[in-house]
Design a protein around this ligand. Structure first.
Ligand SMILES: *Cc1c(COP(=O)(O)O)cnc(C)c1O
Length: 211
């Protein structure tokens, strides 16, 4: 598995479609020695879905390399907010007021600011994270005075056409005048780009299947 070649192929596919966006290399479950070639290649944006795993894997490297940008793309518990603010420059999973409060408090304690996406449950799935589409505006009004909310994020339901969900998300973002859209994964990143994504989150297409 040549991960450098894989990301170069993805970049080419995007540029062939005149798409300009940022690629979050989703490195969850992979070990640092497997990720390292991509860092050496100059890639600096990575995604993880667990606070503990991230701390264990990245904390030392983050101390040495200020340019690294780790994004939290998984659900977050309020009791881990402080660790999360410490580790992640971007958090994509803000979905409730309690979490907004916890993140705000963590920022004040640590005395620095991060960037945030509101996660929207566009598929209205019961067991999924994310705020319901009709509740987004309300949550945004609450969150925007406390945190730097830069955009919206979604994970479309597995067996549905992603494009429908990308459209819902981009319409919501337009309404709220938010410029960043975190959407698209290994199987649908081109469609996401064509639908206006500014960040795609790609794991298996770069690192291979997760065991
Ligand atoms: C794991 C994960 C990804 C990457 O998925 P791939 O299909 O491997 O590209 C993207 N977004 C989220 C929220 C994830 O948890």
């Amino acid at each position: 598995m040549n991960i450098v070649q894989n990301i170069e192929n993805i970049k080419k596919q995007l540029s062939d479609n005149n798409i300009n966006l940022k690629i979050i290399a989703v490195s969850k479950t992979f070990e640092l020695f497997q990720i390292q070639p991509l860092i050496d290649h100059g890639h600096l944006i990575f995604g993880e879905n667990k606070v503990q795993e991230t701390k264990f894997k990245w904390a030392k490297l983050l101390e040495r390399n200020n340019d690294l940008e780790i994004h939290l793309i998984g659900g977050l518990q309020t009791n881990k907010a402080k660790d999360a603010v410490q580790l992640f420059k971007f958090i994509h999973s803000v979905d409730r007021k309690k979490l907004v409060d916890a993140l705000k408090k963590a920022e004040e304690r640590l005395n620095f600011k991060r960037k945030y996406f509101l996660q929207v449950n566009t598929g209205q799935e019961l067991q999924k994270f994310g705020v319901a589409p009709e509740e987004v505006e309300n949550l945004f009004k609450y969150a925007k005075s406390k945190l730097n909310i830069i955009g919206l994020m979604c994970i479309p339901p597995k067996n549905e056409d992603s494009k429908v969900h990308f459209k819902i998300l981009s319409n919501l973002a337009k309404k709220l005048k938010l410029s960043e859209l975190s959407m698209g994964m290994s199987h649908d990143f081109v469609e996401a780009g064509l639908s206006g994504a500014t960040y795609v989150r790609i794991g298996s297409k770069i690192f291979g299947e997760r065991s």
